[in-house]
Write a protein of this length. Structure first.
Length: 499
């Protein structure tokens, strides 16, 4: 930040002067932490009432109605926020410089949000929705995974802190307690590893954990790693070549999270090795990214400094960070996966931008699904873009068996008033990455937040399961009431390719 501040200090001006160039100062200040935001990314009201004030907080600029102390979370998170100087005690810019940034954004922002393309979504003929008899009131599902060999489903619920098992007929087959918001899991022969957020609500408190849940009722659950800051994902891989599985853990947190790998010490304990100290790590996959025989890590960050980074294994327990793709801070990255989309032998990227919960939501023309194709050298050009308000997850697969890649997608922030059918979309590839969109009639029965794929009926095609979390919709309180009353935690979408 030193270079930024020295630049700004050299550009001070008196109130009677024309004032500093807002775009240049924004480039120096804002782009030192993330891509420079485009004023047209948001409407003028959103900039003025929500985003610019928050930008000011990170520069030590607080209006009379907001104190620095009120922004710092009390309790265990306080020390971390203070140590990282998330909210500076003194302003990093003078008033003229800050006002020039404000003027730049407000003078270039549109009065109303730019309208995006809306998919023409028809009734699907590919999937049939099946509801379970089991209910949760309110449905607050934060995890849904197919069991090993697709013989059932595993579900985690934020409100009850419950971990639930369902058999192939969607009948309850057992349950266990975790704590608030089990959000990810890996299944092993005799146990589960469950990432427990500790708090569904944004926080920097270290209340999350990685929980070892034995399959035997005679053994008790045990935290493997505790004191995590709102963790949301874990992966396992031998990262240092010693024959032991290490861990990769994403701590999304709120303002002070991180991505780390945890070295397996061989005695049931793990030693943390920091990869990137930054909030918003949301998914991280082990992958030999540069084909040198060493296991690397590819991760998505989604909080401010949005993008996908590769952490290249140096072979000595250290990693070198390399940016793969960077996204604007307004996008709201929500999901990514590595997949050979064009079936040419290398890993492509599917990415969703759709998080819309930071301030009163507006529809954003850049929300949707992007398919990035690998040129064979880990370079990615302009993506194929599929518009979808509030896109939250996307699974590529040849669902209809015609030889090309289709996409199943969910939205947690669809246009509930005009296009609630955006909640789930089956995108059938009609050739050359053109898609026809369809959904199931009961799409409005839940608010779909997570999704998984598997062949639960063992008929040779791939089915889908969608899980629901009843979350407030500004101006549509009636929807939350319906979701709570019906209590539908998930639906199975049975693929009708092989009846």
């Amino acid at each position: 930040m030193t270079l930024v501040l020295s630049y700004c200090a050299s550009k001070e001006s008196s109130p009677s002067s024309p004032g500093p160039d807002g775009e240049k100062i924004a480039q120096a200040v804002c782009a030192s932490c993330h891509l420079l935001p485009d004023p047209k990314a948001l409407d003028k009201k959103s900039w003025e009432e929500y985003v610019l004030p928050r930008m000011g907080y990170f520069l030590g600029i607080y209006p009379d109605s907001v104190s620095r102390e009120s922004l710092i979370e009390a309790g265990p998170a306080e020390a971390r926020l203070l140590a990282d100087e998330v909210f500076p005690e003194t302003a990093k810019l003078d008033s003229a410089q800050w006002q020039s940034i404000v003027n730049y954004y407000l003078s270039n922002a549109p009065e109303k949000p730019i309208q995006g393309t809306v998919l023409d979504i028809q009734p699907t003929e590919q999937f049939k929705a099946i509801r379970p008899a089991f209910q949760l009131q309110p449905p607050s599902v934060t995890m849904l995974r197919f069991a090993k060999e697709d013989k059932g489903l595993w579900l985690g619920d934020a409100y009850t802190g419950g971990f639930y098992a369902f058999d192939e007929r969607l009948q309850p087959a057992g349950s266990a307690r975790t704590t608030e918001s089990p959000v990810w899991m890996s299944e092993h022969d005799d146990h589960f590893l469950i990432t427990v957020m500790g708090s569904f609500s944004p926080t920097d408190a270290p209340s999350g954990m990685l929980l070892r849940l034995p399959k035997s009722a005679e053994e008790q659950p045990q935290p493997m790693i505790s004191g995590l800051q709102r963790p949301v994902h874990h992966s396992l891989a031998d990262l240092d070549g010693d024959g032991l599985e290490d861990l990769i853990i994403c701590e999304f947190a709120k303002w002070t999270g991180s991505l780390s790998w945890w070295k397996n010490q061989g005695d049931g304990t793990y030693e943390r090795r920091l990869l990137k100290k930054e909030p918003g790590s949301i998914k991280a996959y082990p992958k030999d990214w540069n084909n040198d025989g060493l296991m690397d890590i590819v991760a998505l960050f989604a909080q401010g400094n949005e993008g996908i980074w590769a952490f290249l294994n140096n072979g000595d327990g250290t990693f070198t960070e390399e940016a793969v793709l960077r996204f604007p801070a307004s996008w709201g990255s929500s999901y990514f996966a590595l997949h050979d989309l064009d079936q040419d032998g290398d890993e492509d990227i599917i990415h969703c931008a759709g998080d819309n919960a930071d301030f009163p939501p507006i529809l954003k023309h850049y929300h949707g699904i992007r398919l990035y194709f690998n040129d064979g050298e880990q370079r990615f050009g302009e993506p194929e873009f599929i518009p979808l308000n509030g896109a939250y997850g996307a699974i590529p697969h040849d669902f209809d068996g015609d030889g090309d890649m289709d996409v199943a997608a969910i939205s947690f922030f669809p246009d509930f008033t005009n296009h609630p059918e955006e909640g789930f979309v089956y995108l059938e590839n009609t050739g050359d990455w053109n898609f026809s969109a369809s959904t199931f009639p009961e799409v409005g029965a839940g608010r779909w937040i997570v999704m998984d794929a598997g062949d639960i009926d063992q008929d040779g095609d791939v089915d889908l399961a969608l899980a629901s979390l009843a979350f407030e919709v500004p101006g549509r309180e009636d929807l939350v009431g319906q979701w709570m009353q019906q209590g539908i935690p998930f639906v199975l979408l049975e693929n009708k390719l092989n009846p």
